[in-house]
Ligand binder design. Structure first.
Ligand SMILES: Cc1cc2nc3c(=O)[nH]c(=O)nc-3n(C[C@H](O)[C@H](O)[C@H](O)COP(=O)(O)OP(=O)(O)OC[C@H]3O[C@@H](n4cnc5c(N)ncnc54)[C@H](O)[C@@H]3O)c2cc1C
Length: 459
């Protein structure tokens, strides 16, 4: 590879090669994991290229292909599995300047990949009171392209399910990594080739997504002295189909008081249930709460979170871990599926097994037509061996872990790279230059998918 020759071809684009700046702009949130922190700390790109138009983007894979330079696409850089780390150097392709909305219709939008999700929602709400069905808790900083390439679920998943679900992505425009990069429009089942593939088999330049009606969202913290009672309430709320909701989160005591929001009136012994419901559904929420042993601790509307005040969802999903890490750098986390229909029993078993070593943080979601739970448990980290043991015990108890301490698609456990995925990779990235090192099945021809559960099967 000759990165200098490659960059010389791109010299009229915004190319940053200043080593300190490139080193600062190379990482994502890999450091969430103590294991990835050790493994990836020295990783840096050779340059960051920031195209201002799709015509400029096309020139990057074309030049990189000629000179065999790796290219790792970058949106907001909030990926937390090290998925966006430029393992083999080369170019970080920053697509954050590509944010144009191509059109908005009733029920859908077409937008370039670099648009920040909060800015996309602001535009569709202003246009026609519509918003994204689901978004990660990194709504403000993540891009819509990065979410589809690297994310999976989030705020809204309690009503709309996961990004993997048919109908949650309508179309993707991608660029291949070839001498003459092709523009492909993926629709239907083909979308899954690129959805959650970490940008290993195409650079997403535009997306067509369904929209939901935008409502005024009421957000509340509810307190429960009994953890199991909090879980039962959250499960009951998740099943109330007529209460329109966006968030049902359970965070075990004493995390809410110690690390999240002591100033909002939660007691140290209380487990918090965080909820977002449509304003007109708030009364119904309180009706349901009266049937359970919990109390309303705090309430506001999400649109009142202005002037540096955080919306409640910025304490949910992977933000819970971020707040905990600010208090204690020895904390890390897991990402677990508590499968239906006996997710509450499995949660109770893991709570009893690990106690204070693994404080539970649960996100209730609609999962294959049922209600299930993702655990983004916090873990008091002692050693790699102990962490591996905790993971093994969860898996043995029927709770698959999507391991956030591994940076490949397969080891992370969310994406099954099968023959179809590999065939598409051969077509879209024949030299294996896109986000190299993240797809085991490509790196090692003898690698075979294991029998473990994957969140994303290829089709
Ligand atoms: C505090 C915090 C909270 C989070 N909450 C959630 C959550 O609720 N739900 C969730 O699913 N995830 C969550 N994540 C993970 C991450 O934020 C999301 O996946 C996010 O949407 C990524 O967007 P990004 O623009 O920052 O992507 P980046 O981090 O820039 O990229 C993510 C991956 O996609 C690739 N990529 C980026 N843009 C493109 C493109 N245009 N074409 C091809 N590949 C591309 C990158 O190479 C990388 O592999 C969270 C992470 C953090 C740190």
């Amino acid at each position: 590879m000759s990165i200098d020759a490659c960059l010389a071809e791109l010299s009229d684009l915004a190319v940053d090669t200043q080593p300190q700046r490139v080193r600062r702009r190379s990482p994502d949130f890999y450091w969430y994991s103590p294991i990835l922190e050790r493994r990836l700390d020295a990783v840096t790109a050779d340059a960051v290229v920031t195209p201002r138009s799709e015509e400029e983007v096309v020139r990057v894979p074309a030049a990189a292909y000629r000179h065999e330079g790796p290219v790792t696409a970058r949106g907001g850089g909030t990926g937390n599995y090290g998925r966006g780390m430029p393992l083999r150097g080369g170019i970080v392709l920053d697509i954050s300047e590509l944010g144009a909305i191509e059109w908005i219709e009733h029920g859908r939008v077409r937008v370039q990949a670099g648009r920040k999700m909060a800015e996309l929602d602001a535009a569709t709400i202003a246009h026609s009171r519509q918003e994204l069905r689901l978004h990660p808790s990194t709504h403000k900083t993540g891009t819509i392209g990065g979410y589809v390439a690297g994310g999976s679920s989030g705020v809204g998943s309690i009503t709309w399910g996961l990004l993997r679900d048919r109908g949650n992505i309508l179309g993707l425009r991608i660029l291949t990594m070839e001498a003459k990069p092709r523009v492909l429009e993926l629709r239907g089942a083909d979308i899954q080739k690129v959805n959650h593939a970490y940008g290993t088999n195409g650079i997403v330049t535009a997306l067509e997504l369904p929209l939901a009606p935008a409502h005024r969202w009421a957000e509340a913290i509810l307190g429960f002295e009994d953890f199991a009672a909090a879980c039962r309430f959250a499960d009951a709320l998740a099943r109330e189909d007529a209460i329109l909701k966006k968030l049902v989160t359970v965070i075990q005591a004493p995390v809410p008081y110690d690390w999240l929001f002591p100033e909002r009136g939660i007691a140290r012994e209380e487990t918090a249930v965080l909820v977002m419901v449509a304003d007109f559904a708030f009364e119904a929420l309180l009706d349901l709460l009266r049937l359970h042993p919990g109390r309303l601790v705090w309430q506001r509307f999400t649109d009142e979170a202005t002037g540096g005040r955080l919306p409640l969802f910025e304490y949910s999903w992977n933000h819970t871990t971020l707040h905990a890490l600010k208090h204690d750098r020895t904390i890390t986390y897991l990402q677990t599926l508590f499968p239906p229909p006996d997710h509450l029993d499995r949660i109770a078993a893991m709570a009893a097994r690990f106690g204070e070593e693994v404080p539970l943080h649960l996100e209730f979601v609609r999962f294959g037509g049922q209600i299930a739970c993702f655990g983004l448990q916090l873990v008091r980290y002692w050693s790699d061996e102990r962490l591996a043991r905790i993971i093994e015990e969860h898996e043995a108890a029927g709770c698959p872990i999507f391991n956030p301490h591994a940076f490949t698609l397969e080891d992370g456990g969310m994406k099954k790279v099968d023959a179809l995925q590999l065939a598409f990779k051969r077509e879209a990235d024949p030299k294996g230059l896109l986000d190299p090192g993240k797809m085991l099945g490509w790196e090692n021809p003898d690698w075979r998918p294991s029998e473990r559960a994957f969140l994303y099967e290829a089709h």
